[in-house]
Design a protein around this ligand. Structure first.
Ligand SMILES: Nc1ncnc2c1ncn2[C@@H]1O[C@H](COP(=O)(O)OP(=O)(O)OP(=O)(O)O)[C@@H](O)[C@H]1O
Ligand SMILES: [Mg+2]
Length: 541
């Protein structure tokens, strides 16, 4: 091997210069171009190598590499020609030429094979055009993304403004509705009481009896209106119970069947593993009733189906923000009530107003049903979602926070017929008409009734007739000393007489505070004679 290399690199043969007779012109006209060619070839091949290393993504890069090798080999043969002008290393020159020949033949064959592909590849112009359009597209996309982000932010802030406006509107309308309902309730209470009294006093055969019954129906309808307004004001939440929504829906199915159009059928899909909720049963009845009546009215004279469904769901902040935007809800477990109909549905402009009090599209509608539902649902920490399509139907989904407590069983109601009372009842109310009405009813069934216009007078009466008084029936909102203050003063002076509080407002917090201190009962105004007597009987039993 060493011998072979020695012979390969030996320059013992006759140099080119001898053949050219060392004629200077011939020598330099060969040597200079060979040197320039060799130098250029080296530069070319090294540049190609550098390019390929920096731009690995270029198409056909390995072909370019081969070109580089081939050009380098060519450069080497020219360099050896220069060397061999003065030396005779022709064995080495032959070996290098053989390598160059192999590289050039390989490169040529590969180039032939690649030519169709190269012809199909995009040209430089096309590549540049492609790059330009790609970069324009990227700029356009990022501008569109920016615009999208801006409009999303604008929408979010508009949504927040709308939600704030809506909640302010609800607050002020609620205040107004609550105030009117309160005074209205007082008036209706006095009317109902006096009516009850008149019904007791009148001869059963008198023709006016019929008229009194009609008046009672009308007053009950008016108090229903006041109840809706009170519910809308969000102050109608009282007497919370742990209950199962399924039981309530089942109990109401019979009642609902009577209230809806003959053409509509009710279908129930109740989830039997439903957790309980803390709610006021009578208010929930109002919610279900209003929704089902609306559904029936949307079905109208055609045949249709109303589906009542319940299920439970765990909703996180994202779900709530998506489906119940603008409603103050705490993420967690919820019980859902769904009332769906395949009635007339609603156009978007109607949908936007359905919760406004007094908004109605019906000839005889009052537009209070959904407003009341909204107040009740808000009062229970729940949310409402409506989906509707004109001609297709509507789905109302109402969610209430679930509780881990078990539902209470309902107590059976006892009949009041034939109840007679004895003893003295102190009636405390700043409304003279209500005092007179309550005293009249009490007197009619055998109680003695004492009256007081405010808390101070009540204490006075207690001091005077203390031991005789078996019960105090007292209004919560009064001038001078209100119900709560009077109650405390009574207990402070040592009177243990049972107290029933009454109010036109839902004074849930005040009443809750009292319950721990032995409050005997609470009577929501306006009350019928029967409701009052039933509570008194239960308290004194
Ligand atoms: N299920 C429903 N399908 C189609 N429209 C409905 C549905 N529920 C409510 N609406 C629309 O919402 C409006 C308001 O309903 P809301 O219950 O508050 O009032 P109302 O039914 O018109 O009157 P009322 O006070 O007697 O209930 C309705 O007039 C009706 O246009
Ligand atoms: Mg309605």
């Amino acid at each position: 091997m060493g011998e072979f290399c020695k012979r390969l690199f030996a320059s013992d043969l006759m140099p080119h210069g001898v053949c050219w007779a060392w004629e200077p012109w011939v020598v330099w006209s060969n040597v200079i171009p060979d040197a320039v060619i060799a130098l250029s070839y080296f530069i070319l091949s090294l540049t190609l190598l550098h390019l390929i290393r920096r731009r690995r993504e270029l198409a056909f890069s390995w072909m370019v590499l081969l070109f580089g090798a081939f050009i380098f080999a060519c450069g080497l043969t020219h360099a050896l020609d220069v060397y061999n002008t003065w030396h005779g290393a022709f064995r080495l020159a032959g070996a290098v030429k053989a390598l160059t020949a192999a590289a050039s033949l390989g490169t040529a064959l590969l180039l032939l094979r690649l030519t169709p592909k190269i012809l199909l590849a995009p040209g430089l112009d096309q590549s540049l055009e492609l790059a330009r359009s790609l970069s324009a597209e990227r700029i356009e996309r990022s501008a569109a993304e920016r615009r999208l982000q801006e409009s999303r932010e604008r929408l979010e802030s508009e949504e927040a403004d709308r939600a704030l406006l809506q909640s302010q509107k609800l607050e002020s309308m609620g205040l107004l509705a609550g105030g009117i309902a309160h005074d209205f309730n007082n008036l209706l209470g006095a009317i109902l009481g006096n009516l009850g009294l008149a019904q007791m006093e009148i001869n059963p055969m008198a023709p006016a009896r019929q008229r009194l019954e009609t008046i009672e129906t009308l007053v009950v309808r008016a108090s229903d209106l006041a109840r809706q307004m009170l519910a809308y004001s969000g102050r109608g939440k009282f007497q919370l119970k742990t209950l199962n929504l399924n039981d309530l829906v089942r109990e109401m199915t019979h009642l609902l069947g009577i209230s809806i159009s003959k053409k509509a059928v009710i279908r129930c899909g109740l989830d039997l593993a439903l957790p309980a909720i803390e709610a006021d049963p009578s208010q929930l009845q109002q919610v279900v009733m209003n929704l089902v009546i609306n559904a029936s009215e949307a079905i109208g004279e055609r045949s249709g189906v109303i589906t009542l469904g319940t299920h439970s769901a765990h909703l996180d902040a994202q779900d709530l923000a998506r489906d119940y935007a603008g409603q103050k809800l705490v993420p967690g477990a919820f019980v859902c009530l769904e009332v769906a109909d395949n009635g007339c549905g609603m156009a978007p402009e109607v949908m936007g107003r359905i919760f406004d009090p007094f908004f109605t599209t019906k000839f005889t509608g009052r537009g209070l049903g959904l407003a009341a539902i909204q107040g009740i649902v808000r009062g229970h920490g729940g949310g409402i979602r409506v989906q509707s399509e004109p001609g297709r139907g509507t789905t109302f989904r109402i969610i209430f926070p679930a509780t881990s407590l078990a539902a209470e069983a309902g107590a059976p109601a006892q009949a009041l017929a034939g109840y007679r009372g004895s003893g003295t009842v102190l009636v405390v109310d700043d409304e003279a008409s209500i005092r007179a009405m309550a005293a009249g009813i009490l007197g009619h069934i055998g109680f003695q009734a004492l009256q007081a216009g405010d808390g101070l007078q009540a204490l006075e009466q207690l001091r005077r007739h203390g031991p005789e008084i078996c019960l105090v029936l007292m209004d919560l909102t009064m001038p001078n000393l209100d119900g709560e203050e009077t109650y405390r003063a009574m207990r402070a002076e040592g009177f243990a007489t049972p107290v029933i509080l009454s109010s036109g407002f839902n004074e849930v917090e005040a009443v809750d505070r009292f319950i721990g201190q032995g409050l005997a009962g609470f009577l929501q105004k306006p009350y019928r004679a029967g409701d009052m007597l039933k509570l008194i009987r239960d308290v004194l039993a």
